[in-house]
Write a protein that binds this ligand. Structure first.
Ligand code: ZN
Length: 109
């Protein structure tokens, strides 16, 4: 996969991470155990799949700038490695250029 494509995928995922950070901040206080619907963070522009995570699950993934969550089969094997499989979603970790983009743009770092 060429570097431009990897960079583009990285940027798309970063956009969805920003959207999800907004969703996470907007939740009602005290709703920690209630699942929240987040956007799938795959690199597909047209993807509108929602993934339900509780706030602690979301925070656990967000603790690493290279990690994103996507719906099953939405991973991009050329740019990321699946590190955890769950019933409704996968946790992926970026490699190479996509990892660099993810780290450089992490809103929490
Ligand atoms: Zn997706």
């Amino acid at each position: 996969m060429d570097e431009d494509l990897q960079r583009r995928i990285g940027h798309n995922e970063v956009v969805f991470r920003d959207v999800n950070e907004g969703i996470s901040r907007g939740r009602w206080p005290g709703e920690g155990a209630v699942p929240i619907a987040f956007r799938c963070e795959c690199g597909e522009i047209g993807c509108s799949q929602m993934i339900e995570l509780t706030a602690p699950e979301y925070e656990r993934i967000r603790a690493s700038s290279r990690r994103f969550f996507v719906a099953s089969a939405h991973e991009i094997p050329e740019a990321e490695t699946v590190v955890e499989s769950h019933a409704d979603y996968l946790i992926v970790e970026k490699r190479d250029v996509a990892a660099r983009v993810a780290e450089e743009t992490d809103p929490r770092s």
